[in-house]
Design a protein around this ligand. Structure first.
Ligand SMILES: C[S@@+](CC[C@H](N)C(=O)[O-])C[C@H]1O[C@@H](n2cnc3c(N)ncnc32)[C@H](O)[C@@H]1O
Length: 271
């Protein structure tokens, strides 16, 4: 997943030309405050969705998860990675001692899984301090702060330490290519008994998917789940039928995940 393109990137040419100057002159905080003026339609659209969903995930396995303001819209709509919804639901019926999420982003997965898997220890690795702050806020908003550990950038050594023997541990990995190193059984022996859901990123690092299968294919059953295109039919009509009628192109845009090309997730379960 990448961030949605800024509306300015699709705006008329003059606006597009002035954009670098605007960004150079005003910091992120000021730009955010001015956003209702610079992008009024986008702001109103987002506000309508936020109000409709009451600030929580509207559908899917993490329905009801409270989000930080200005969420990624597929998170709010509950359409995010809908290809995985049956898999997530099935995983959440099992008993886990620990859930580890590498590449936590804004905490959608670690908090969503935390709510669905009561009592499990929750460990999340996230590279950026800004995202770690959002994760902490999201965990607190959902009452999960007492079970969480938020760590910085993952590598083979700190992941191996967090994983231990891997028993009863669910690992969700989405780190833009680093999945090759993080599935190396020779360096991380606890992988042998862990169940993993790995997003592969051949679009960023060619050969990722095959490298992960080469690492774990002998010890784990592999189930590959491909990404699918998004259309207006993905937008949750019940959330706002009138927005679907008035602004269908915005609704189609709201469910996009802005991937660089087709991808696959791998569900890897110990044999
Ligand atoms: C595509 S995003 C994950 C999105 C997340 N799955 C979600 O649902 O919102 C990838 C994240 O990995 C983080 N990241 C990159 N390298 C990392 C590393 N070595 N350890 C932990 N996080 C890392 C990035 O900062 C980014 O937030």
């Amino acid at each position: 997943m990448t961030d949605a393109p800024d509306p300015a990137s699709q705006a008329p040419t003059l606006r597009g030309t002035l954009r670098p100057l605007y960004r150079a002159l005003l910091g992120e905080g000021m730009r955010a405050r001015l956003r209702p003026l610079t992008y009024p339609a986008d702001t109103a659209f987002r506000a309508a969705l936020w109000r409709g969903a009451q600030g929580a995930v509207a559908a899917g396995p993490f329905t009801g998860l409270k989000l930080a303001p200005r969420p990624f819209l597929p998170h709010l709509l509950g359409t995010y990675e809908r290809e995985l919804h049956p898999t997530i639901d099935a995983l959440c019926t099992r008993k886990w001692k620990r859930v580890i999420n590498i590449g936590g982003g804004n905490g959608f997965y670690i908090a969503g899984l935390g709510r669905r898997i009561p009592g499990a220890e929750l460990i999340v690795f996230e590279l950026t301090a800004e995202a770690r702050a959002v994760i902490a806020a999201t965990m607190t908003r959902n009452g999960l702060q007492d079970r969480m550990t938020i760590l910085g950038a993952a590598d083979q050594s700190n992941f191996a330490a967090a994983l231990g023997d891997g028993e009863d541990t669910l690992v969700v990995i989405d780190v833009e290519g680093l999945e090759i190193e993080l599935t190396d059984l020779t360096r991380i022996p606890g992988l042998r008994r862990a169940t993993l859901l790995v997003e592969t990123h051949d679009v960023i690092r060619p050969g990722c998917r095959d490298a992960v299968v080469a690492h774990l294919g002998a010890t784990h059953a592999v189930n590959a789940i491909p990404t699918q295109a998004r259309t207006l039919a993905d937008f949750p009509r019940e959330l706002s039928p009138w927005l679907m009628r008035l602004a269908p192109s915005r609704c189609v845009e709201a469910v996009q995940e802005w991937r660089g090309g087709p991808q696959e997730w791998l569900l890897l379960e110990p044999r």
